[in-house]
Ligand binder design. Structure first.
Ligand code: CU
Length: 448
């Protein structure tokens, strides 16, 4: 990289990086002389701005400029378009119907079973057959009607976390509305003036502890600049399930299952992205007891938003570990310029294990495939060996989204843990658009 290259040089490099790709690069589509009308945080004293490398790791910069650690570097998507839809790995979205200009959703609180890991199929509470609940995705200015049909054997309400809705729509039992009894219905309706990552959840504490939460994402009408190519929603939870039990213990002050979108690693589906793209991740923490310092490898991102909405660019913070307290929501954006399979996980060590609990001993022998050939209990196997049936293994390493990873990758992924797969264009297309077998270890890269 030549330090004397200016913004035009950076754009030219972006164009070179995207040459031959199937997607139109923003850098290709725009006039370099007019494109950069974004305010820069602290403009470089000279016009010499380092380009930001799109296909290998590197700094960009200097500090305070648009290319500093990829801060304002666009992905492949053009500006001034509607936002890219949210991707929620392992989780559905809630469908709606337009009725008289209102987006009408139907939410059904109900008992559900959720397979946190293959064979670990637990009784929880959720919505519309899933836990966490399906994601509600709307656009700023929408009027929404959410009809709640309570199919639980007990009363509930729904609170709209972060939304500035009318007081009588806030969903707080006894304070703003009566409880919704079993078999009863309640209609929430309001107009959305905010933008950002919000959530919904039961406002009955023990119901929250057994899973009753979901994401509520409000897009702007036009995507933020620089636009992202991928927008991931990731909801974090924790549960306690005792040995030989399949029911979450809501009274426990301990935990042994940590989930992202209702699955524990290595059952979490990887985030598969194209090398050089700009990626947003929204982390929503509805755990019972703990914060989660989520750490992602091989890249540096920027904290661009919270549950309060978008953060001004001047206040963005560079990071690779983002602490998400309970009830907090954090948005991080980064340019995926370092190819490979990069893990992302909570950095609380006990949150990167499955079945661990200090009070009842390890749950290393799963109820479904316990061979009874050794005794459960302390001392724990600290290395964390876990038996898996062939069917369970197939559910983890037989997925298309994991093809091409290292042979035993799943042994290094547990608890609140997933993988961001940053794949060069050709490999990305092969994986996502064909069913050509991809050899083991294809996506682990070294220096080239
Ligand atoms: Cu954690």
């Amino acid at each position: 990289m030549n330090p004397s290259e200016n913004r035009r040089g950076f754009l030219a490099q972006g164009a070179a990086a995207t040459a031959g790709m199937m997607v139109p690069g923003r850098a290709l589509a725009q006039n370099p002389d007019t494109d950069d009308n974004r305010p820069q945080v602290s403009p470089s004293p000279s016009s010499e701005i380092h380009p930001y490398p799109r296909t290998h790791a590197g700094l960009g910069g200097p500090v305070g400029t648009a290319t500093d650690r990829g801060k304002l570097v666009a992905g492949f998507r053009e500006a001034n378009l509607p936002p890219v839809p949210l991707t929620t790995p392992d989780l559905e979205k809630l469908p709606f119907k337009m009725i008289g200009g209102v987006k009408e959703f139907h939410l059904r609180p109900m008992p559900v079973r959720r397979e946190l890991l293959p064979g670990m199929d637990f009784h929880v509470y959720g919505y519309n057959g899933t836990m966490p609940g399906p994601t509600i995705e709307v656009v700023q200015g929408d009027r929404v009607r959410i009809v709640v049909h309570n199919e639980l054997p007990e009363p509930t309400t729904i609170h709209w976390h972060g939304l500035e809705c009318p007081n009588n729509m806030d969903g707080i039992p006894f304070v703003t509305q009566p409880l919704i009894g079993p078999g009863k219905k309640f209609v929430y309706e309001f107009t959305i003036h905010q933008v950002g990552s919000m959530a919904y959840h039961s406002h009955v504490a023990m119901q929250e502890a057994i899973g009753m939460a979901g994401m509520f994402i409000i897009h702007p009408k036009v995507a933020y600049d620089p636009p992202v190519d991928y927008d991931f929603g990731l909801l974090l939870q924790q549960f306690n399930v005792g040995p030989a039990s399949q029911i979450v213990n809501t009274l426990s002050m301990d935990w042994n299952y940590l989930t992202i979108n209702g699955r524990c690693g290595p059952y979490t589906s990887p985030l598969v992205v194209r090398l050089g793209s700009r990626v947003r991740m929204r982390f929503v923490n509805f755990s019972t007891l703990h914060q989660h310092p989520i750490h992602f490898h091989g890249h540096t991102g920027w904290l661009t938003g919270t549950e309060g909405g978008r953060t001004p660019e001047s206040a963005w913070v560079p990071l690779n570990t983002i602490r998400i307290g309970i009830g907090e929501i954090r948005e991080v954006e980064f340019v995926a310029n370092n190819p490979g399979d990069w893990v992302m996980h909570c950095h609380m060590f006990h949150h990167t294990m499955n079945h661990m609990t200090s009070q009842v001993g390890p749950h290393i022998r799963g109820p479904q495939f316990d061979s009874h050939d050794h005794v459960a209990g302390f001392p724990q196997i600290m290395e964390g060996a876990m038996k898996m049936s062939p069917d369970a293994m197939k559910k983890i390493s037989g997925r298309r989204t994991t093809e091409g990873m290292a042979h035993d990758w799943f042994k290094g992924v547990a608890g609140m843990f997933t993988v961001i797969r940053v794949l060069p264009e050709e490999l990305y297309q092969e994986l996502t658009e064909t069913d050509v077998p991809i050899p083991v270890g294809t996506s682990v890269f070294g220096e080239s």
